[in-house]
Write a protein that binds this ligand. Sequence first.
Ligand SMILES: O=C(O)CCC(=O)C(=O)O
Ligand SMILES: [Fe+2]
Length: 201
Amino acid sequence: MDLFTQCNQQDENILPFDGEVLSHGFVLSNDESEYYYTLLLGAIAWQPDEAILFGKRIQTRRQVAWYGEQPFSYAYSGVIKCALPWTDALLWLKQKIETITNETYNSCLLNYYGSGDEGMAWHSDAEKQLKKNGSIAVLSLGAVRKFSFKHKASSLKLDVILEPGSLWEMKGETQTYWLHRLPPTQKVRKGRVSLTFRTIV
Ligand SMILES: O=C(O)CCC(=O)C(=O)O
Ligand SMILES: [Fe+2]
């Protein structure tokens, strides 16, 4: 079964069970979104994402960067990354988001998708280094993209639309019971940046 959520109520859980996914609406104006998109494209230490697949180290076209309040190391798809110190822009955005979600974050994984050809496959963010059932806040900049959730046991699917300047939050048991992905699409030519604020323990 496919559900499509449009015009969802702000701050209301869009998952029917087994987790919480909240929309916090638009937290940046259009001008601010454009400003931070351009700034972060230039100022962030982007690197091709790497993963170990069938014992081989591969590079994805998506670019990533990892920042935090300490040089945390984060093991992900068999690759260890070391966090860079917060930039002023990231710290400002982090503090703004913390007041909206009423949570705290000590790190941020940034993703850059150059066009709709690039996406992220089904996964959940349940690495051991992440706070269990902690909040992950996703701020979107650049192109509008679809984001999908799939319940692991029932395969129930749900789509949301991630717009520039919007803030979404995943928390509670979401990562235990649901997968999520950013599907590739031929319809989008523009790039997109996402900032995913997390808590490392
Ligand atoms: O790009 C996004 O909006 C989210 C990507 C994601 O799921 C992740 O970074 O774990
Ligand atoms: Fe994720």
